[in-house]
Write a protein that binds this ligand. Structure first.
Ligand code: GAP
Length: 453
């Protein structure tokens, strides 16, 4: 097996996602809606896996974090208190010549509409306006009246839904710091320059956890969560060389942050933010206490009281989705034929195993394979495939990252064994058909590492 030394480009990832039905451009039959995407079958399965692995690490395996699912549309005063109405803005410039809009602070990343080899402002015909602040929150109206009094926002982050429920969780779930509240949900930002496939979109699924701690312990928990989250990516096979930590400078930090570290991934567009871990201090609880009049503080049994500090790891499923695909994507030559393979961690792979009759016109093989499929699907997401030559079916499964393929062949009809093919090593071995389910469960539990090629 020889790896083709070609760089993984975003175009290759987009093309594979489309070809294999992971992701489609949204509203395509109406000409699309810039940078909006719909997920197909394998995309949904992979997103479900990412979400549940995050939930497993953040809630299921811990005693100190509980779950929450708050509303998308909150009382608009929430966003005044949080600072989003005043501060959640990007500086924007318009070009009067090409009519395009750019982020004033990212002109060096943008291309001039008339002369794409130049940045906006560099071509003689460019005519840029002064920069003005543009709020990224999508506005909507609640109820029958459409005026100032009914104005509301689609949430740009899930975190505020957590802060406004702090008292409920403290009292009803009987928690005391350090403890966390985790939430996954759609978030919306009217990004001025979305792009790079799913990397920057206007609608994405955020996974956030707000960890409330005594102020004196904030630094220690900040370091702890950076390490925990970094380790999570390694656990799911992301190559260490593609990951790094980067601390924000004071100028870069968001209005609420007293310290932020990005976990960055080497995307095809260069090192970029995958996940952010922020020390939000007591900013949010203090703001909501001030604006709502409800005291959001911890009062201990001995009467001690304080406003907890908050450490927040936040990441979108979309950024993880792209990072995992980029990390897993390989083009190689096997027996003089090229194959594209997604070496996804088995826990992330959309389909865990394929069941293939070697000859699709052989009724006995088809029946045995179908029976095996029925058995395996009770426990795992598996796929039966009898369409086309066996080589083509293997290639298809390689491209969607299926770690194992069980093939029913002539020998199966004689001795009740099947072949199992390993996606990464291409090794094949024979197993008794009756033991396949236990073998698969076992194989999916085994530690996995991206093979070094
Ligand atoms: N509550 C903190 C917060 O929202 P953020 O850095 O603005 O912080 C958190 O966003 C994470 O959400 C980022 O690290 C990134 O993973 C993801 N993210 C942000 N904007 C995104 C977008 N337009 N498209 C996809 N993911 C995005």
């Amino acid at each position: 097996m020889t790896e083709l030394a070609q760089p993984v480009t975003m175009d290759k990832i987009v093309s594979l996602c489309r070809r294999r039905g992971f992701v489609f451009p949204s509203s395509e039959i109406y000409g699309g809606l810039g940078s909006t995407y719909d997920y197909g079958h394998y995309g949904v399965l992979m997103k479900n896996n990412i979400r549940s692995l995050w939930f497993q690490a953040m809630v299921q395996e811990r005693d100190d974090i509980v779950a929450l699912d708050s509303a998308v549309i909150l009382n608009p005063r929430v966003w005044e208190a949080s600072g989003h109405v005043a501060e959640f803005t990007d500086p924007l410039v318009d070009c009067r010549t090409c009519k395009l809009r750019f982020r004033a602070d990212k002109l060096e990343d943008a291309q001039c509409g008339r002369k794409p080899s130049k940045h906006p402002g560099e071509f003689k015909e460019c005519d840029l306006t002064e920069a003005r602040q543009f709020n990224l929150m999508f506005e909507t109206h609640v109820g029958a009246l459409k005026d100032e009094s009914s104005l509301a926002y689609l949430r740009p982050e899930t975190a505020q839904g957590i802060f406004i429920n702090f008292k409920n969780v403290l009292q009803i779930a009987r928690r005391k710091p350090p403890f966390g509240i985790a939430q996954v949900g759609k978030s919306f930002r009217n990004e001025i320059t979305p792009g790079n496939f799913l990397f920057r979109v206007r609608e994405f699924e955020l996974m956030e956890m707000e960890f409330f701690v005594p102020p004196g312990e904030a630094e220690q928990w900040y370091g702890y969560w950076i390490d925990q989250r970094f380790g999570w990516y390694l656990k799911y096979g992301v190559r260490e060389g593609n990951l790094r930590k980067r601390e924000h400078t004071a100028e870069e930090r968001s209005h609420y942050s007293s310290g932020t570290t990005d976990i960055e991934f080497l995307y095809p567009i260069g090192w970029s933010e995958l996940e952010g871990v922020a020390n939000r201090g007591d900013y949010d609880l203090t703001q909501h206490t001030r604006h709502s009049g409800t005291k959001l503080e911890y009062v201990g049994e001995g009467g001690e009281r304080y406003t907890p500090y908050v450490i927040e790891p936040a990441v979108s499923i979309e950024r993880i989705f792209v990072a995992l695909l980029v990390d897993a994507y390989h083009e190689e030559v096997v027996a003089e034929r090229e194959r594209t393979v997604l070496r996804l961690h088995p826990a992330v792979a959309p389909v865990k195993a394929a069941i293939l009759p070697l000859i699709s016109k052989n009724d006995e093989m088809v029946n045995r394979a179908r029976a095996l499929h029925e058995d395996l699907r009770q426990g795992q997401i598996v796929e039966y495939d009898d369409g086309g030559a066996i080589g083509r079916r293997y290639r298809r499964q390689d491209e969607i990252g299926t770690p194992f393929a069980f093939t029913v062949d002539e020998q199966t009809l004689e001795d009740d064994t099947v072949t199992v093919r390993d996606r990464d090593s291409l090794a094949q071995e024979r197993l008794p058909i009756g033991g396949v389910r236990a073998w698969l469960d076992d194989a999916l539990e085994r530690p996995w590492q991206a093979p070094k090629i």
